[in-house]
Design a protein around this ligand. Structure first.
Ligand SMILES: *[C@@H]1O[C@H](CO)[C@@H](O)[C@H](O)[C@H]1NC(C)=O
Ligand SMILES: *[C@@H]1O[C@H](CO)[C@@H](O)[C@H](O)[C@H]1NC(C)=O
Ligand SMILES: *[C@@H]1O[C@H](CO)[C@@H](O)[C@H](O)[C@H]1NC(C)=O
Ligand SMILES: *[C@@H]1O[C@H](CO)[C@@H](O)[C@H](O)[C@H]1NC(C)=O
Ligand SMILES: *[C@@H]1O[C@H](CO)[C@@H](O)[C@H](O)[C@H]1NC(C)=O
Ligand SMILES: *[C@@H]1O[C@H](CO)[C@@H](O)[C@H](O)[C@H]1NC(C)=O
Ligand SMILES: *[C@@H]1O[C@H](CO)[C@@H](O)[C@H](O)[C@H]1NC(C)=O
Ligand SMILES: *[C@@H]1O[C@H](CO)[C@@H](O)[C@H](O)[C@H]1NC(C)=O
Ligand SMILES: *[C@@H]1O[C@H](CO)[C@@H](O)[C@H](O)[C@H]1NC(C)=O
Length: 820
């Protein structure tokens, strides 16, 4: 009888145990004892009791479920370990999540007034959340607010400016001891955020600052197929950074190890191990301010450190012994009576640490310079791209601290010097050439010893640097193109040797394939056909240009491949294809028409997105760019149907004003080319504005400008739209697929802006920034558009047939030689 009872008890216990083990939520009257676990619903994370490394203590923590190695990402009682297995996790009377042992409370979530109806849930994101059943969306407590040594995608690092709460990463004491270790990684300086890793209070390493677009890393190598991208959020309440992974299917984490090195890993399922994608402090400049003040780390091959121009080692003897700790001082002590000037350092150094500095979001470059000249202790300034706030300015006073060589982040720092200290330019060029000559001969000398693969990659990179298409001076011949290079072998492997099943499209210059990197990231590979009209120049042009562009409305280039005859560009993959298949019907051979997916709101968002992308190209990117081939098939759509401008093969850079140039080769696409460009070969940002106007009217009407026909007249789409507007019937233009739900005033304004953009004379057309504000704001009174360029379809056809253009190819990018 007793035995039977015991068996029954065991069975009940087993049932209870397994029912708890299978769930992700712990409720008020339930407990979790040592050995039991909570598992998130998608089997991603486990909460339970564990013992780290060689320790004998017991802790409650979270680790990845279903993984061959236990990787703990969070520990509750890291400061108060239990020495046996008597611990129990439960919801206490006061509603808090607590760990108790026979002696008492070991750890508590310590929320006041939690209430008596709380429960705790293990989420698939790795977040353990306490909420009351009556309000499960508002977490009373969450483990994400108490980051340990592991930073997961989705966590915040930064601060709440109102409450003073700070989210930061802190290392463990050792692998055997999860108690808080010596190193922390915190976001500092909310108005100009940078990440600082400290050992205790002492600065150990610095990443940043965030210049409004990205972190100025300084010398950290780009990794192939980047897995993480940091994003900064800020408003009046919170400033924080979130790491996003390039694909949700990637399991990745950032980790501050016990010696203060920030490492990024992703999980390789096949290999069953974590792969280290990036260890921050592995270059020569391992340490904060390694070279001392006013000196640059990692800039030359012969020595780790060099003084900034106009500066000299403070203690030359020590400097010669490679003891750089004293840094450098000005050759001539600053004299406020003297006239100073600025030397522009482009792609030379990162931005100095923020010790004595000031930032102003609404100051332009001229004001910034004037400000720095007027203050004797100001030593340098830089302009910033502030998100949504135009340009800004940062000033540094006194010593410039923690400088590292930075060759490819596009950072410009203006250094205050006496005019006599600034070379007239020839000198530094000569020096650079000398360095190049020397390294080249070194390369030649050791060529025999170098593995072939390395060499071919190297030459491929050098090839790309030629850049003779650039009109911009910023892209001189010395420009380094630090773009991840993929080798042909890998590309062949992941595309099954360019199998037709992988092919997703055929662009003007060759086929496009879809493939998956071993990280799981999906990519699009544009393989240029050998006889494509895009020559090496255009290829280099496109690669170098896009590599430097970062905007949510531009496609991201991840890398390229140049080997043998092959030239390929590797882009982020956008599953929804191009805009033309959404707005035009029968012409598309790849997709059925998805027009019905695009209601007015979506179309409007797409128009605004394209406008923002184009504005970025024209004005806000470091290189000012004229796209020259904007059209519906060059606008791709992401998951959420956000537009991204692609195909920069025809793009040109320009260097501020004047923005008009004349070209012998006229390239572009019928129907989108402005008259002055198609006829005279003049292009300017206003020719892009024209193309934008055409595209806008196409999006509204669902009809192509080229090939547009109307039963009652021979006008082009542009002429038709203009007539409708003049008659006050512009809403007739709207694509019936748009549905009936739209704000009439918004549509009218849009059409009117489109028509302003396609006016015959470039000077009448608005700039993109004006066009965008006209689209965006209801309060601006719009001028009435003048007659559009290419008013009738016939004028268009006559023009092109006179140039012997093949009239059958509807949507091909064409190259016409300018009639002379
Ligand atoms: C726990 O509480 C729930 C509802 O609050 C109840 O349905 C369940 O029977 C309780 N379980 C135990 C073992 O008391
Ligand atoms: C655990 O102990 C063994 C033997 O003492 C040692 O080799 C190993 O490195 C230790 N592991 C850790 C994580 O400290
Ligand atoms: C657990 O991992 C194995 C491979 O180790 C995998 O095949 C399986 O699908 C995973 N299960 C879940 C639920 O993720
Ligand atoms: C309960 O845990 C505390 C640590 O919080 C420990 O000092 C105490 O010895 C433990 N009691 C038992 C009976 O293990
Ligand atoms: C709980 O929080 C209060 C302040 O909010 C603090 O004084 C107390 O020490 C905390 N208790 C524990 C066990 O952490
Ligand atoms: C929980 O608290 C509410 C209000 O504080 C009270 O009305 C209710 O009776 C409590 N329920 C239990 C089960 O104690
Ligand atoms: C931290 O990471 C660096 C770089 O991977 C490594 O050299 C170092 O040994 C690590 N420290 C520990 C304690 O594992
Ligand atoms: C920023 O600069 C503008 C223009 O020079 C000036 O009006 C404003 O007061 C400055 N703001 C701060 C906070 O210094
Ligand atoms: C120069 O700027 C520093 C830092 O902002 C400030 O403390 C100092 O007063 C300024 N000096 C003058 C002369 O404006």
């Amino acid at each position: 009888m007793k035995g039977f009872r015991f068996l029954l008890l065991c069975a009940v216990a087993y049932l209870l145990l397994s029912s708890v083990a299978a769930v992700d939520t712990l409720r008020h009257n339930q407990t979790l004892t040592d050995g039991e676990t909570l598992v998130s619903s998608g089997n991603i994370f486990t909460l339970g009791f564990f013992t780290p490394g060689n320790s004998t203590y017991r802790y409650v923590g979270i680790w990845y479920a279903n993984m061959s190695v236990q990787t703990v990402i969070w520990v509750a009682n890291n400061q108060n370990p239990m020495n046996d297995r008597s611990g129990v996790l439960k919801i206490a009377e006061d509603g808090n999540l607590v760990i108790v042992n026979s002696t008492g409370v070991v750890w508590t979530s310590n929320v006041s007034n939690a209430g008596n109806d709380t429960s705790v849930q293990m989420l698939d994101t790795g977040n353990l959340v306490l909420s009351s059943s009556s309000n499960s969306q508002n977490y009373l407590w969450q483990s994400y607010d108490h980051i340990g040594n592991t930073f997961l995608p989705g966590m915040k690092q930064g601060f709440n400016l109102k409450t003073g709460q700070q989210w930061y990463i802190q290392s463990w004491e050792s692998l055997n001891d999860p108690s808080p270790g010596d190193y922390t990684d915190k976001l500092e300086n909310p108005e100009f955020p940078q990440l600082i890793i400290r050992k205790g209070d002492e600065k150990h390493y610095r990443i940043g600052p965030w210049n409004g677009v990205r972190f100025i890393y300084g010398g950290i190598p780009l990794t192939t197929g980047k897995i993480f991208s940091p994003t900064m959020y800020s408003d009046e309440n919170e400033v924080y950074i979130v790491l996003k992974t390039s694909s949700e299917s990637i399991t990745a984490r950032t980790f501050l190890n016990e010696t203060g090195v920030l490492q990024q890993y992703y999980w390789n399922q096949q290999a069953g191990q974590w792969i280290d994608v990036l260890s921050m402090q592995q270059d020569v400049c391992k340490k904060y301010n390694l070279c001392g003040n006013n000196a640059v780390c990692g800039s030359t091959a012969s020595s780790t450190c060099r003084c900034l121009k106009g500066f000299t080692p403070k203690v030359p003897q020590k400097w010669q012994m490679q003891d750089w700790s004293d840094g450098c001082v000005r050759q001539t002590v600053i004299d406020c009576e003297k006239e100073y000037a600025f030397m522009k350092l482009t792609n030379e150094v990162n931005l100095p640490d923020l010790l004595q500095y000031s930032v102003n979001n609404s100051m332009n470059l001229q004001d910034c310079q004037a400000m720095c000249l007027s203050n004797c202790s100001c030593s340098a300034f830089s302009s910033l791209q502030m998100i949504g706030q135009g340009s800004g300015c940062a000033l540094w006073f006194g010593d410039l601290v923690d400088l590292r060589a930075d060759t490819d982040d596009g950072v410009v720092l203006y250094l205050k010097l006496l005019p006599s200290e600034i070379d007239s330019g020839g000198g530094s060029n000569k020096k650079r050439r000398l360095v190049i000559a020397v390294t080249t001969s070194v390369v030649l000398a050791i060529l025999v010893l170098v593995p072939l693969g390395w060499y071919s990659r190297r030459t491929a990179r050098r090839d790309l640097r030629g850049g003779n298409m650039f009109t911009s001076q910023e892209l001189g011949h010395e420009e380094e193109l630090e773009l991840p290079m993929y080798d042909l072998f890998t590309i062949k492997a992941i595309t099954a040797n360019f199998a037709s099943s992988q092919k997703i499209g055929e662009g003007g210059f060759g086929p496009v394939y879809k493939a998956q990197l071993e990280t799981g990231q999906e990519i699009a590979i544009k393989r240029l056909s050998k006889n494509s009209r895009q020559g090496l120049n255009e290829f280099k042009n496109e690669a170098s240009l896009i590599a430097k562009l970062q905007h949510r409305n531009l496609v991201r280039l991840l890398g390229c491949c140049i080997q043998d005859e092959e030239r390929m560009l590797i882009y982020e993959y956008l599953p929804n294809g191009s805009l033309d298949s959404y707005i035009f019907g029968q012409h598309s051979h790849l997709h059925a028409r998805h027009g019905s997916l695009l209601d007015w709101k979506k179309r409007y968002d797409i128009i605004l997105g394209i406008a923002r992308g184009l504005l970025y190209l024209h004005r806000d990117s470091r290189l000012r760019i004229i796209h020259r081939d904007l059209k519906a098939s060059n606008v791709l759509l992401d998951n959420e149907l956000n537009p991204k401008i692609s195909d920069f093969g025809m793009a040109r850079t320009f260097n501020g004003e004047p923005v008009e140039d004349k070209t012998r080769r006229v390239v572009g696409t019928y129907g989108y080319m402005s008259p002055e460009y198609a006829i005279d070969g003049f292009f300017s940002i206003k020719s892009d504005v024209f193309s934008f106007g055409v595209l806008l009217l196409e999006i509204v009407s669902g009809k192509r400008n080229r090939g547009f026909c109307h039963p009652e007249h021979e006008l082009s789409l542009l002429g038709h739209a203009w007539n409708l507007l003049n008659e006050g019937k512009e809403l007739e233009l709207v694509d019936p697929m748009t549905g009936k739900e739209y704000a009439k005033s918004e549509v009218s304004r849009c059409i009117q802006v489109g028509l302003l953009c396609v006016q015959r004379h470039p000077k009448d057309r608005p700039t993109m920034s004006a066009a965008l504000s006209m689209l965006d704001s209801e309060n601006i009174i719009l001028p009435h558009p003048k007659e559009p360029g290419f008013y009738t379809e016939r004028s268009l056809q006559e023009f092109f047939s006179a140039n012997d253009a093949p009239s059958t190819c509807n949507e091909m990018t064409v190259t016409l030689l300018e009639p002379r």
